[in-house]
Design a protein around this ligand. Structure first.
Ligand code: KG4
Ligand code: ZN
Length: 352
């Protein structure tokens, strides 16, 4: 894996162990400025939460407690490193489930104290938007980022590390949330985004045409809650069979993708950026990736995606962000550093 060109200064040692625990994935990775990603491990709690149809915060926190230490040991062993060879620990400080965040923050800061290394709090969405830098031929700053996760849908003007300006965001449900809620209506297990996308492949194009929210007015804001309601109305007014369910999935996915692509077109034109970075769980959606590739060709822009496993939550993006922050002078905060609600661009270096 090629290292990020922005941090490969050999005079600066920079090897960071990253910890992600903001929701239902426990993940650990080690990123080295010169050698790239050395190792990454992840435990998904999806099977545990599925019985409840969504994430149960208390169960999530307890599972992070159980998983973190074995995952750190495994990751160090896979990278063939001793703790002394790590320069810093980075952890997701927010936003997310507060209990889950506190487990990761206390654990990371405990490791930092024991290893006598800085512990650096990272904004979860900063991790996501830097994830394409884990890939070969990473984008240079500045760029436009489309962040599409379970909790956020945002268009961000990224001038450089830590310099983020939100150009538009969802006024209600995030894209991933809309996927998950509609998947539930279709009888698919939590989290339903990827399953809905698979079902949509069996659907007939044009059988259902749902509204494209907020395309009829200028601006870069999103709204997806009405789309979920439109899908509900379509499902209620018919006798359902597998084909109809697949058709609804296809129509729903097409409406989300068309909306996201059109807002990216506007944001590229408004910002003047020629690089578009796509990140967050919904960035794994093949139809969205195809739509944005087409858009990039039409606009003469470049589009960058992380590999699909780094679209959803992972430790590699936190280790990479920690490495960039360490190289930029971050040394960790004195407080615990976990924030459930935390706007990207609002003091993105440390939690409170
Ligand atoms: O970024 P992420 O792992 O977690 C948050 O930070 O929220 O995103 C998870 C979201 C979920 O809503 C999930 O259903 C959605 O990403 N997702 C997808 C796909 N894979 C994951 N949505 C649509 N198509 C997919 N292939
Ligand atoms: Zn995420």
């Amino acid at each position: 894996m090629s290292p990020s060109p922005t941090i490969s200064d050999p005079a600066r040692p920079c090897r960071v162990l990253g910890i992600e625990s903001s929701c239902d994935e426990t993940a650990v990775a080690i990123y080295d400025a010169a050698a790239g990603l050395l190792a990454h491990r992840l435990h998904s709690q999806v099977a545990m939460h599925q019985a409840y149809g969504g994430v149960v915060p208390e169960l999530a926190s307890r599972d992070h407690v159980r998983r973190l230490l074995p995952l750190v040991r495994e990751t160090l062993a896979a990278a063939r490193l001793a703790p002394a060879e790590v320069d810093a620990v980075a952890y997701t400080a927010g936003p997310g489930l507060i209990g889950a965040l506190l487990v990761g923050a206390s654990f990371a800061r405990g490791l930092g104290l024991a290893w006598e290394k800085p512990a650096i709090g990272i904004h979860h969405l900063e991790g996501h938007l830097l994830a394409p830098l884990l890939e070969p031929d990473p984008p240079d700053f500045p760029f436009l980022a489309l962040l599409v996760s379970g909790g956020h849908t945002q268009l961000v003007d990224v001038a450089g590390l830590g310099s983020y300006r939100i150009l538009g965001e969802s006024q209600d449900d995030a894209a991933g949330e809309a996927f998950d809620k509609t998947a539930k209506l279709l009888g698919l297990p939590y989290p339903g985004g990827a399953a809905l996308a698979r079902l949509a492949r069996q659907g007939r194009s044009g059988a259902f045409v749902f509204p494209r929210p907020m395309l009829d007015r200028p601006g870069l804001e999103f709204s997806f809650s009405g789309l979920k309601t439109a899908a509900l109305v379509a499902l209620r007014s018919r006798v359902l069979d597998d084909q109809i369910r697949a058709d609804v999935a296809r129509g729903f996915e097409a409406a989300i993708v068309a909306t996201l692509v059109e807002k990216c077109r506007r944001a590229l034109a408004l910002s003047g950026h020629r690089r578009l970075v796509v990140a967050g769980g919904v960035g794994a959606n093949e139809s969205l990736r195809e739509g944005l590739r087409r858009l990039a060709r039409e606009c003469g822009a470049e589009v960058y995606f992380p590999r699909t496993e780094f679209c959803t939550d992972n430790g590699a993006m936190i280790a990479l962000a920690g490495c960039l922050r360490l190289a930029a002078g971050a040394r960790g905060a004195v407080n615990l550093g976990a924030r459930a609600i935390w706007e990207l661009g609002d003091d993105a270096t440390t939690g409170v």
